[in-house]
Write a protein that binds this ligand. Structure first.
Ligand SMILES: *[C@@H]1O[C@H](CO)[C@@H](O)[C@H](O)[C@H]1NC(C)=O
Length: 360
């Protein structure tokens, strides 16, 4: 598929620090074609949300809430450019549609999953997800020399720590509370997979909540270590041909580390890969092998017995996954946000880090 504008633009994005060595390009045009592609995918994914609304789980709602913030973050940035203005308007319209849909989704969750809803309510609040205003890159020297083969911790343990952090547990403790158990779990070295991405999410949410005391004084250090390792895992996933179900984790890593401000997750090849995984008919993301099957395909067996509805696994019979769709829209929305925030290559000075820094 020929997408010269897209390719040219992402070549620019892939080579920060050396834009002046590249030929002059109509980057406004490049941005416009790429933004159009991403927005079209996100509009289709939003139709999926709309059609499945009573059945989507909390994960999906969180993912689309992140997307809404990302869309709000781009809608005004493109107003001054006549080529990009219509795309900014489209982003604004999609954000407005999501506001209404997510409000409805919460009403359904109040019936289907009230406990999770209460525990994770803060992550659904407008303004909870603070998007980066400055960017950095992962540092490969922070990648673990070895991985702990017994690293996997259950979603329940992870949830317990997140709930403590948010202060939404039944014990009415303050936000930013940290038990010894969670301190050990969330700083454990050598983790990979979902354990690693949940360690990152923990420190990311600590940042969103404004936790700055004790362990959280070192949040940025841990965020740097975890995203360096998530980058290494994503590169391995790419080398292995993104076999399912790795795609889900791959997109989660881009979503979370992108929100953490690591711009090197926004790679052309990765964007193209994600766009190619969207089910054209349904607009969702999920199991690529399930095509119009009658029988519901079983989700991958959980590694741990769980006492509640598993947030991470809600698979519709057509292979649409709530979790994968959530991570996909969070990742794609991140690409869009980065695209809007990044200065054009021929716009004058090219600071490696954009200003102004956020209020961290
Ligand atoms: C990467 O991390 C190493 C080890 O902490 C450090 O010595 C080095 O300065 C870092 N590099 C960059 C570019 O930050």
């Amino acid at each position: 598929m020929a997408r010269p504008g897209l390719l040219a633009l992402l070549l620019l994005l892939a080579l920060p620090g050396q834009p002046s060595s590249l030929p002059q390009l109509d980057t406004s045009q490049g941005k416009a074609s790429m933004a159009d592609l991403i927005l079209s995918a996100l509009e289709r994914a939003t139709l999926f949300l709309q059609e499945r609304l009573p059945g989507v789980n909390l994960d999906a709602v969180v993912g689309f809430q992140v997307l809404e913030e990302q869309l709000r973050g781009v809608q005004d940035k493109w107003a001054p450019d006549p080529l990009l203005r219509p795309l900014g308007l489209r982003a604004g319209q999609l954000a407005a549609k999501l506001t209404a849909l997510l409000r409805q989704a919460v009403v359904y969750l109040q019936q289907t999953d009230p406990t999770y809803l209460r525990e994770f309510q803060p992550s659904l609040q407008p303004g909870f997800w603070k998007l980066p205003h400055s960017w950095t890159r992962t540092n490969a020297s922070l990648v673990y020399a070895w991985l702990d083969p017994h690293d996997s911790f259950s979603e329940d343990s992870s949830d317990l720590c997140l709930v403590q952090l948010l202060g939404t547990g039944t014990d009415h403790s303050q936000p930013c509370t940290l038990s010894d158990f969670c301190r050990a779990l969330m700083t454990k070295a050598g983790c990979s997979g979902y354990s690693l991405s949940h360690q990152l999410l923990f420190f990311l949410w600590a940042r969103m909540k404004g936790c700055t005391q004790s362990l959280f004084r070192q949040s940025q250090l841990y965020i740097g270590i975890f995203c360096a390792n998530m980058m290494a895992l994503n590169q391995r996933a790419q080398a292995a041909g993104y076999t399912y179900p790795t795609q889900d984790l791959f997109m989660e890593n881009i979503m979370f580390c992108g929100i953490a401000g690591f711009s090197d997750f926004y790679k052309l090849r990765w964007l193209e890969a994600i766009l190619s995984w969207q089910k054209q008919q349904e607009g969702c993301f999920g199991n690529p092998d399930t095509k119009d099957q009658e029988a519901p395909s079983a989700p991958p067996p959980p590694q741990h017995p769980l006492r509640r509805v598993r947030r991470r696994e809600k698979l519709f019979t057509d292979g649409c996954s709530c979790h994968s769709t959530a991570t996909a829209v969070g990742a794609l929305g991140g690409f869009l946000y980065f695209l809007a925030a990044h200065p054009l290559a021929n716009d004058g000075p090219h600071p490696a880090t954009l200003s102004p820094p956020s209020g961290r």
